[in-house]
Design a binder for this molecule. Structure first.
Ligand code: TXA
Ligand code: MG
Length: 323
């Protein structure tokens, strides 16, 4: 049995302690407004290789570098800050990740061997404090084993990664609840690679030229490994619900509108009031809850394909393995 990883409250004493561990090449979980991240110094390849190992994640899958000050972009990319001003003013801090051409000094291990680096400035104050105290650049994928459900509480991280990491900072449950939206600025036109906590529609107000490329292309590797068809999956078999009867098995349903009459079905409703933001903040939490019930099948009802609904439907499809 591996030792339990300590969960620390995110007060100044433990922030300092966590920062000192990170500065010495350790790795640990930090809260962000999207999901919990598994953080390590982005410039320390020993720490980065421990992150890949703890997650059991293939090393071609690049990490996001988290910063606490937009001025620090100049240590990661030669892309002119002036060209990013409008985007940064509108959406940072927040659930937006920018893929930019990388400087040579950014380790290839961090970027999965790519010539680009993904950067995000999170809104969660604990994350920003930790980044600043530990030197300014924390690489952090979601703090879950590769292909499993992303964590939105410190307890989720503990149940999945305990014994493999050095600490977990508890900053409460994640308000946004799905990962950041990833856009690339390395081509002629800006392209959205992953739907997430910032909607395509909102991004279009600042980037009218933005187009999306979130599907896999036959024969080529994904542009962004978050595009892999199976991802974010529970251990329990899962299907998108297409109107079929749910009786006859031990079944759970993540519901948008549908309430089955069968009393045996465990129903978790994403938002009584039909609010997609509330639904996004609950999606991973509900998958974690249902996955613990030893069900034969988890069904999920799709939500409207608008605003944050695109990110929610993407996570549901991938959890069900129907990318
Ligand atoms: O909200 C989030 O983004 C969370 C929190 C912790 O910040 N992090 C997160 O990291 O979701 P991760 O590693 O689970 O997902 C990173 C995504 C992947 O889809 C990855 O392929 C993409 O960003 N990505 C990272 N670097 C990239 C690059 N250079 N080019 C294209 N895609 C990149
Ligand atoms: Mg992830």
């Amino acid at each position: 049995m591996s030792e339990l990883t300590p969960i620390w409250p995110a007060d100044p004493e433990f922030l300092e302690k966590a920062a000192s561990i990170l500065k010495n090449g350790g790795i640990g979980a930090m809260p962000t407004e999207t999901v919990y991240g598994l953080a390590g110094d982005a410039f320390n390849t020993f720490a980065i290789s421990r992150i890949f190992e703890a997650k059991n994640r293939p090393t071609f899958n690049p990490l996001i570098v988290h910063i606490s000050d937009p001025a620090d972009l100049e240590k990661l990319t030669s892309f002119p800050l002036s060209k990013l001003q409008k985007l940064i003013e509108a959406f940072w801090p927040g659930p937006l990740t920018l893929v930019l051409p990388k400087l040579e000094s950014v380790p290839d291990l961090t970027t999965g061997g790519r010539p680009s680096v993904a950067v995000r400035l999170p809104a969660h104050l604990v994350a920003r404090d930790l980044i600043r105290l530990s030197g300014g650049f924390l690489a952090a994928p979601s703090a879950n084993p590769f292909n499993y459900i992303s964590p939105t509480t410190a307890e989720h991280v503990q149940s999945q990664l305990s014994g493999k990491i050095d600490f977990i900072l508890d900053g409460g449950s994640c308000k946004v609840g799905v990962e950041s939206t990833v856009i690339s600025l390395t081509e002629d036109r800006p392209v959205l690679l992953r739907h997430g906590g910032l909607s395509f529609e909102d991004l279009k107000t600042v980037l009218p030229d933005l187009h999306e490329r979130t599907e896999l292309h036959g024969g080529h590797g994904p542009d962004s490994p978050g595009q892999l068809a199976v991802h974010y999956s529970p251990g329990t078999p899962m299907k998108l619900w297409k109107g079929e009867p749910l009786s006859g098995k031990k079944t759970g349903l993540i519901s948008w509108n549908f309430i089955p009459e069968d009393a045996d079905v465990t129903v978790l409703r994403l938002s009584e009031k039909g609010d997609l933001r509330e639904a996004a903040s609950r999606i991973f939490e509900f998958l974690h809850i249902l996955d613990k019930l030893n069900l034969d099948m988890i069904y999920a009802e799709s939500v409207p394909e608008m605003g944050l609904g695109k990110a929610i439907n993407d996570r549901l499809r991938k959890a069900a393995g129907k990318g």
